[in-house]
Write a protein that binds this ligand. Sequence first.
Ligand SMILES: [Zn+2]
Ligand SMILES: [Zn+2]
Length: 318
Amino acid sequence: MSVRIKTPNLDDIFEKWKLQSVRNDKKKMEKQFGTKGAVFTLDAISAAEYVKDTQKEAAIYFAIKKTVGAVPKGTEEKTVLAPKVPRETFYSFKGTSKVNKENWKGDDKVPTYETIQAVSCKKCNGKGYIEDKCRICKGTGKIEEKLGILTGEEQKKEDKTFSYSCGVCYGSGTSKEPCRDCGGHKSLYKYQILPVPYKTVVTGIPVLHSSAQTKYEKEIERDLHQMIEEVEGIRFNDFKELESKAEPSLGYWNKNIKKTISSAGSDFKTYDKDKEAQITTQIYLFPMIQMFCETKKGSKFEIYSLGSANKFMIYSNF
Ligand SMILES: [Zn+2]
Ligand SMILES: [Zn+2]
């Protein structure tokens, strides 16, 4: 057996709306419903006169708890030439508090300053250069050239050797070429790209699906999250139960309600499978009444009620 929930009376909804509207903006109420020359009174404004049409709809609500800011997994390491280090943007979280993911403008993983490390070049053994025989003096450190001398009156030709120190290797016989691996900087530099240390925040998220085409869904959702005890609905422990009992519980039915239940159901399943989410409430089914109204001045507006005859809340675009 399903418990049939009693929907609020149209006059009660309208009454609640009148009181709320006069509290919010009395001048507007007087302008839209008052009579010139007569004392303005709420009693003269009746649902029978100003509600042109009503529609019975339904809404489904549940709340979830989600852990936001789980630390992204994995680290990455980069090895670069020395001049590339100052060209990278490094981050540091040393001694700072954990990061609120919602305020963070940047990647989930970033190059971390504290991980920068010099690694001695293997190719040149950390010297920065490769030693080789000087190509000019062939490793001798000396340049030897023939020097022609003309001797005496006869100018007798004689060859001597003239040797001088090699100007390329400064007489050492070896030349030093910058190492191609480290660019002559002796070391390569490695650093890690680490996950930003996010703060884990557990937040409650309300989820509302309504069959009425209303732009107040987000507002109702937020309000329900805070005052769930003040609105009466039918509670279910699982969606199967809701699906089978929704129609007899509400006592009315339409295509949109059916569609809404099915999309809320798949939403529910998604959260149920999500490891970071946890459903924290039962599933509530609320009767929803949508009233299409028109003021004395001809302005159109709508009133929505959510909940049972005992406990309901209202929204309006008046
Ligand atoms: Zn040389
Ligand atoms: Zn090297």
